[in-house]
Every structure is written in structure tokens, then in C-alpha cells.
Design a protein around this ligand. Structure first.
Ligand code: NAP
Length: 296
């Protein structure tokens, strides 16, 4: 298939650009300035030029704290631009996978969030992503909205790379221990999307394979639990790690935008419908560390 990936430089976009050609797909990854979700004219032009048979939107305004001061910019990309991309996909009759986030929820639920749980974003970024989901689903019935959480991997900036950098510099780190979720590695998200795409290309509107799906890693942990496992595995590879990783509360690490206390996603639907199981993030972490630490 000819596949257009939107978001060339992002951590997931780069992983998709590496993974999808392995299935024989012809992949074009486009980002700013050629395909700028905040500039509608570039969207139509890029889609026309690539003439894709499927589109994956891995681009978003992702600066969670800055979004609190840049509401219009966040909505322009995450709502308006994403909706226009979905219109283009609908116009061409090709399926769209649109990546979204746990931040559409308020994080107050006790257990993992299911796809049809009530949404309630706590900040501008989450609100813009929720508006984007709604715009995409309204514009194109052959869309998948794939909500994920705590994304990290070998490319771009993420918690894993921040921990490795700070861990090499400091003797003590403090990490939030009262936010619950699961790391999701870009390699696993790219694999999930790769496995979905052939079925989506064949499926008609109304098919159960379209709609909202959750996909994140397992087992559930906290940021502190994730950091502890990063340093355990990194130390096993000879990396310098901090002597102490202190557990702190969200109140002790204030951020401009509120983070959900509960980011746990129930992933049973994607398993039932697409046959895709959540990956054990500890195994994916090990693979990522093999690459990151061997690069020095
Ligand atoms: N990171 C997480 O923890 C997390 C958690 C849950 C869900 N998600 C979702 O997962 C998806 C991928 O996230 P990520 O972590 O890979 O993000 P990322 O590394 O921050 O990359 C975002 C990408 O979007 C591009 N982008 C931003 N504004 C754009 C615009 N106006 N037009 C075109 N492209 C634009 C960026 O390009 P430039 O570099 O050129 O700006 C970049 O390539 C997003 O939908 C995000 O909301 C992420």
C-alpha cells in the first residue's frame, strides 16, 4: 500500500517510517512545512500529491504545558487540521489511523478507562485532542482513533531519554509516584498500526474495526516504577544510574497543565477486534536500551 504518515520528525512518526516499509508498503512521511496541519491548503496539496491508500496521523501539537497559553495553536493542529486531514481521507476513500491520548480523561476513575468511558480533559492539550477525535470521527467513518499513553522510544524526546540523561548526571532523582499508567513504546504502537492497516484497507464503513481503540503497555505502574525499572535495566548494561530514586507526589512536582492521576487504558477492545495484545513494556524497554546505550 501507499501510506502517508503525517508528522515526519515526531517520535512515533519516525518509528512508523522505519516499521511500515518492512511490510512492503511504500511510505511517505511528511511534516512541516510541506504538510502543516495548521495550514489547511498544505493538507489537501500533500494528500493529492502522495495519493495514499491509507493515512496515519502521528502529528500533533504535543506541548502539554505550553498549550495552556497557546489554545488557538493547539486547537488549530489537533482539532481543525486533524479534521481536515480526515476529510481528505474520506474524499479519497482511504482509511485513516489518528493517534490520540489518555489526556482526554480526567484521571479520576478507579480502574482502567474503556473506550466509551466519559471523557473530561483537564487541560487545553487534552481538550484539543478530544475535539480532534470528534472532528475525525465526524468527517470520516473509516477512521480509527487510537488512544495511547506515556509514549517513549528511541526517537525524539521522552521520559526514558530524560531519565537516562539525568540519571547519568545526578546522584538522586525525584519521580512522581501517584500517577498510574503504563509506558507505551513507539515500536509497539507502530507494530499495532502495521497489523491493523491491511484489515482497515479492506473494511467498509460501519465495520467494527473502525472507531475508538485503546492501546498501551502492560503491566500498569507509576512514573516512579517506570524510572526504577529503567535504572535497573540500564545499570545491568553498565550505565551510570542515580544512587537514589525518591518517590514524590504530584503536588511536589507542579506543572502548568494538570496530569491525569489515572492514565490506565483498558485495551481489551483492540485485542478482541484486531487481535492485537498490549506489549510488556519491560521487554520493549530492554530492546530500546540495547539501541540507546550501545550508541553511547
Ligand atoms: N508523547 C506522549 O507521551 C503521548 C501520549 C499519548 C498520546 N500521544 C499522541 O501520540 C501522537 C504522537 O506523539 P509523539 O510523542 O510522537 O509526538 P512528538 O514527538 O511531539 O511529535 C509530534 C509531531 O507532530 C508534528 N507537528 C506538530 N505540529 C504540526 C503541524 N502544525 N503540522 C504538521 N506536523 C506537526 C511535529 O513536527 P515538528 O517537530 O516539525 O514540530 C512532530 O513531528 C500524538 O497524537 C500525541 O498526541 C503522545
Amino acid at each position: 500500500m501507499r501510506i502517508l504518515i503525517v508528522g515526519r520528525s515526531g517520535q512515533l512518526a519516525q518509528e512508523l517510517a522505519a516499521r511500515l516499509p518492512r511490510d512492503g508498503h511504500q511510505v511517505t512521511a511528511l511534516g512541516q512545512p510541506e504538510l502543516d496541519l495548521a495550514r489547511p491548503e498544505t493538507i489537501a496539496r500533500a494528500v493529492e500529491q502522495v495519493a495514499p491508500e491509507a493515512i496515519v496521523n502521528a502529528a500533533a501539537y504535543t506541548a502539554v504545558d505550553r498549550a495552556e497559553d497557546e489554545r488557538d495553536a493547539a486547537f488549530a493542529v489537533n482539532e481543525t487540521g486533524s479534521g481536515l486531514l480526515a476529510q481528505e481521507a474520506a474524499g479519497r476513500g482511504v482509511p485513516l489511523v489518528h493517534v490520540s491520548t489518555d489526556y482526554v480523561f480526567d484521571g479520576t476513575k478507579d480502574g482502567p478507562y474503556a473506550e466509551d468511558d466519559v471523557t473530561g480533559p483537564q487541560g487545553v492539550y487534552g481538550a484539543s485532542k478530544l475535539a480532534g477525535e470528534q472532528a475525525v470521527l465526524a468527517a470520516h467513518p473509516r477512521s480509527v482513533v487510537l488512544r495511547t499513553a506515556w509514549v517513549c522510544g528511541a526517537h525524539g524526546n521522552n521520559f526514558l531519554k530524560t531519565m537516562l540523561r539525568l540519571g547519568a548526571e545526578r546522584e538522586k532523582l525525584s519521580v512522581v509516584a501517584d500517577q498510574h499508567g503504563a509506558p507505551t513504546f513507539t515500536a509497539d504502537i507502530a507494530e499495532a498500526i502495521a497489523r491493523m492497516l491491511p484489515g482497515l484497507a479492506a473494511a467498509p464503513a460501519g465495520d467494527a474495526r473502525f472507531g475508538v481503540f485503546h492501546y498501551s503497555g502492560l503491566p500498569f505502574t507509576t512514573w516512579h516504577g517506570f524510572a526504577t525499572e529503567i535504572f535497573r535495566q540500564a545499570a545491568g548494561r553498565g550505565a551510570k544510574v542515580p544512587g537514589e530514586v525518591a518517590a514524590i507526589t504530584t503536588d511536589q512536582y507542579p506543572t502548568k497543565a494538570k496530569r491525569p492521576a489515572n492514565s490506565r487504558l483498558d485495551c481489551t477492545r483492540i485485542t478482541a477486534v484486531h487481535g492485537i495484545d498490549p506489549a510488556d513494556w519491560r521487554v520493549s524497554l530492554s530492546t530500546a536500551l540495547d539501541g540507546l546505550l550501545s550508541r553511547g
